[in-house]
Design a binder for this molecule. Structure first.
Ligand SMILES: *Cc1c(COP(=O)(O)O)cnc(C)c1O
Length: 448
């Protein structure tokens, strides 16, 4: 019955050797190639007889892997990169080898128990009540959507006569909120931010009241961002919580990137008000040193989510035994126990190590901001509140930025694609990797 032949064993050694090598050494930056180019090199890899494990692995390691940018390279500061700890990556191998089913307590009790302890840590950092809980989903996009669907169900109970449902958020809210609105067929009301880029409670209150007194549309959720993906700006969580709750409206906090810093004392106070959230998300695959893909979705009252998301079918009824089944809390049924690599690393290293690593990335960001200030050609877009440092290169056009960025990647120095702010091109460093050093920042800046 067992298929672990000598051939599989030899392949296992090769796979482990490659994985160990990847973990031990500095990752190569690498870069994309066209599909045509790749086809010319590897041809059609799907064949009737199969390539065999050794050759298929060879195709991957020598060609395909090199056509993928390493998101954990210390000078990959693009979008929001990733920096999984070695422990988290190693444990991902264990998860891969274990055929764990993470959808139900009955099948995955031990794994779900561990995931829930990791969720508890995040929930306690946020100051949520003991009853709070949730689930690890694929990413912030699915986490936001799952929470917003619960928010709308609650609103329907309160305002059965609403003619259209509306999400209130800022113009800086993440694109996944627009995506959720499309999927849900609801509208978005983009509330203007203050001069410092923050969405304020007073602006939210005024916008909702204006909408509610002049139309029969109803805001069912206010989404605060903490912090924004482009600049790392944290909305006025306290003020927005008050504005939302005074109107009996769900308060959701999208902290896919920034809420990771709840464990960093130096910035913790910026998140005050998070304890009043009805739901929030944070992606451990962004700034909590976990591999893709894992978003922690947490509800203040998880039973509200269960009532919305639990799937019913004759063959599933045996699972409705009152136990905590992760698939009940989001849009999903079968799920990988994707929170386990994060749990393992957190359990093994301890939470102090997380605080330390987080503070370290924040310090590098502050040092980078200082270097921007001192640089003759650069100017900060705003003071970094978290670990995103955004700046302009004086005198450059959009095409200058793009050319510089393309050259940086082709020289294998770093990956810093241009972004924009208020229609102006900018550069941004998203620093989430504890291995990014000040010397890495200097290396990049010397080319500006
Ligand atoms: C990255 C991000 C998301 C989307 O998360 P994914 O994991 O990429 O789906 C949502 N909101 C914010 C603020 C983000 O930074």
């Amino acid at each position: 019955m067992h298929e672990f032949t000598a051939e599989v064993e030899a392949l296992a050694a090769e796979v482990l050797a490659y994985s160990l090598d990847r973990l031990k050494n500095d990752p190569p930056l690498d870069g994309p190639r066209t599909a045509e180019d790749l086809f010319n090199e590897v041809g059609n890899t799907i064949t009737a007889k199969g390539l065999g494990g050794h050759d298929a692995l060879e195709v991957f390691t020598s060609v395909l892997a090199k056509a993928c940018i390493s998101t954990d390279h210390p000078r990959n500061l693009a979008f929001i990169p990733s920096a999984p700890s070695e422990y988290a990556n190693l444990f991902d191998l264990v998860v891969g080898a274990s055929a764990l089913y993470g959808g139900s307590w009955q099948e995955g009790a031990g794994a779900v128990f561990a995931e829930n302890q990791a969720l508890r840590w995040l929930s306690d950092l946020a100051g949520m009540p003991e009853s709070a809980g949730g689930v690890f989903v694929q990413g912030g996009t699915i986490g936001n959507l799952s929470a917003l669907v619960v928010a709308r169900t609650e609103a329907k109970k309160k305002s059965p006569d609403a003619t259209k449902w509306v999400i209130a958020c800022s113009e800086e809210a993440h694109s996944s909120i627009v995506s959720a609105a499309n999927v849900m067929d609801v509208e978005i009301m983009k509330v203007p931010v203050a001069a410092d880029g923050k969405l304020m409670g007073s602006a939210v209150a005024a916008a909702i009241d204006a909408l509610h007194t002049t139309t029969s549309k109803r805001v069912f959720v206010v989404v605060a961002t903490s912090g924004t993906t482009n600049l790392g700006i944290i909305d006025d969580l306290e003020g927005i919580a008050t504005a939302a709750h005074a109107r009996d409206i769900w308060f959701h906090v999208d902290g896919a990137y920034g809420l990771a810093a709840l464990c960093a004392p130096s910035v913790r106070k910026h998140f005050n008000g998070i304890e009043q959230a009805d739901s929030f998300i944070v992606d451990p695959h962004k700034w909590l040193f976990a591999p893709y893909d894992a978003c922690a979705l947490i509800y203040r009252e998880p039973e509200l989510a269960r009532a919305v998301h639990s799937q019913h079918a004759s063959y599933l009824d045996t699972l409705k035994d009152g136990a905590w089944s992760p698939s009940d809390y989001a849009i999903q049924l079968t799920r990988r126990t994707r929170g386990l690599p994060f749990w393992f690393s957190l359990a093994a290293h301890g939470t102090d190590a997380y605080t330390e690593a987080m503070e370290h990335t924040l310090e590098i960001a502050r040092a980078a901001a200082e270097l921007v200030r001192a640089h003759p050609h650069l100017e900060l877009v705003c003071e970094p509140e978290l670990s995103i440092v955004a700046f302009i290169r004086k005198g450059w056009t959009a095409s200058d930025y793009q050319k510089w960025s393309d050259q940086l990647l082709s020289d294998q120095i770093g990956f810093i694609p241009p972004s924009s702010h208020h229609g102006q091109p900018i550069l941004r460093f998203a620093i989430v990797n504890p291995w990014t050093k000040v010397s890495d920042i200097k290396l990049i800046m010397d080319r500006l």
